[in-house]
Design a protein around this ligand. Structure first.
Ligand SMILES: [Zn+2]
Length: 246
């Protein structure tokens, strides 16, 4: 039972209106836990219909485990809507015609609600008159080079603006780099640098009618041998060693 009235009839897992009770452990496993003495909570947990259904087949006997399962399923089911919510700026919507704008707005709203449900922290509760307020929802703070954020959309908006990486690209890189903004931003700038490097090498290769792969390989070798060497200097060296002489 929630200790504060504002949380009465609220789903412990996601914060929506509760209409069911999730039994922890499931009733059919109660006998097993009673007989074996294996650790189990024996709680009746207010739950919305959706979280209740998510947990229907789950066998976990501890509340914390069931929170993890419900959140993971919620996140998976609404992954697309959450992604739309995280990547779109409501101001950008004005560029679209009415129909598209309406359906995008609905998607964004669904994503926003789903995200809030995933992030919802469980309320403080009582069991047999004893107060418990363990927080079962992991507070995974997001860091962008030392700046901390609790919510992904804020972190993404900040990182995208401060480090000049388009949101959609940054979101993909974030996932590819173990949910780490620092590495994602670094990867983006490395990519940009690599492209600029290649572009310059390609121009040089056209100008001197030399194989591009060869130029890239030699330039990288020179730059590896001498940390201070810029690409321009490496290309000059390449010219003097391999072109001028021949
Ligand atoms: Zn729920």
């Amino acid at each position: 039972m929630a200790t504060q009235s504002e949380h009465f009839n609220t789903c412990f897992y996601c914060g929506c209106i509760a209409t069911e009770y999730d039994l922890v452990p499931p009733l059919k496993l109660a006998e097993f836990y009673l007989t074996t003495g294996e650790e189990a909570d024996f709680y009746e947990v207010p739950s919305c219909k959706e979280c209740f259904d998510f947990l229907k087949v789950d066998k976990s006997a501890l509340l914390g485990q069931r929170v993890d399962v419900a959140k993971a399923k919620l996140k998976k089911k609404y992954a697309k809507a959450i992604r739309v919510f995280q990547l779109w700026d409501p101001d950008e919507l004005n560029d679209f015609d009415y129909n598209l704008k309406t359906s995008l707005s609905a998607g964004i709203q669904l994503g926003e609600e789903s995200y809030a449900r995933v992030k919802n922290k469980n309320f403080i509760f009582e069991v047999d008159g004893q107060k418990r307020h363990a927080n079962y929802v992991k507070a995974d703070k997001l860091s962008v080079f030392g700046e901390e954020f609790e919510f992904f959309p804020e972190a993404l908006a900040y990182a995208s603006k401060a480090y000049r990486v388009p949101k959609a690209k940054l979101s993909d890189l974030f996932a590819e780099h173990g949910n780490d903004f620092d590495n994602a931003i670094k990867a983006f700038h490395d990519e940009v640098e690599e492209k600029a490097f290649e572009k310059q090498c390609r121009e040089f290769s056209k100008q001197h009618k030399l194989n591009l792969g060869f130029i890239i390989r030699i330039a990288k070798l020179y730059m590896k041998q001498d940390d201070e060497l810029t690409l321009e200097a490496a290309l000059v060296k390449l010219y003097e060693t391999h072109i001028k002489k021949s």
